[in-house]
Design a protein around this ligand. Structure first.
Ligand code: PRP
Length: 179
């Protein structure tokens, strides 16, 4: 294990099993349809890449990049779009894919933004959820793991752009981010 890590919270095997379960549920729910997965850069990339390979209905995927205005680690809820979708979602079944829902402010903005574009349906899938941190109520349709309010990295999640490549999700040592 990397020296900056305190403990592994979710192993590679636990994540793999959960992603397969989510992919099967999504495949059943969208049977006879096709679905547009929208990955929110950059954290969702690893999850989305594994998830699409567990979905058996026709899939296309697109990406958005957003940045929240705020001081330090505190999100203000005001979101700026850095990269918009490449294609229209009008009339499509859309599934937003996130690595983690924390305060819910990013997703709240994205849901409202995407709702206004005339999708046939709009649902949300997240691998991780920190319910203790929620500031706005969000309906999560596909939900991997609820986790406690600890600083986690790996499987797409970062601290200062590092650790995204770890195949598991681990708790970062407080000394690493308190410096
Ligand atoms: C993370 C995560 C969500 C957002 C969740 O992204 O991927 O998009 O924060 O936080 P919220 O529920 O409090 O709004 P981040 O801004 O860290 O960017 P990244 O995906 O590029 O790491």
């Amino acid at each position: 294990m990397h020296v900056d890590l305190q403990e592994i919270m979710l192993s590679e095997q636990q994540i793999k099993a959960k992603v397969q379960e989510l992919g099967q549920r999504i495949s059943q729910d969208y049977r006879g349809e096709s679905v547009v997965l929208i990955g929110i850069l950059k954290g969702s990339v690893i999850f989305l890449a594994d998830l699409v390979r567990c979905i058996s209905v026709p899939v296309v995927f697109d990406f958005m990049a957003v940045s929240s205005y705020g001081s330090g680690t505190q999100s203000s809820g005001v979101v700026r779009v850095l990269k918009d979708l490449d294609h229209s979602i009008t009339g499509k079944h859309v599934l937003i894919v996130e690595d983690i829902v924390d305060t819910g402010l990013t997703l709240n903005y994205l849901i409202n933004n995407l709702k206004s574009r005339g999708a046939a349906s709009l649902k949300v899938c997240t691998l991780l959820d920190k319910p203790e941190r929620r500031k706005v109520n969000i309906q999560i349709d596909y939900h991997g793991f609820s986790i406690p309010d600890q600083f986690v990295v790996g499987y797409g999640l970062d601290f200062n752009s590092n650790y995204r490549n770890f195949p598991y999700i681990a708790v970062l040592k407080p000394a690493v981010y308190q410096n």
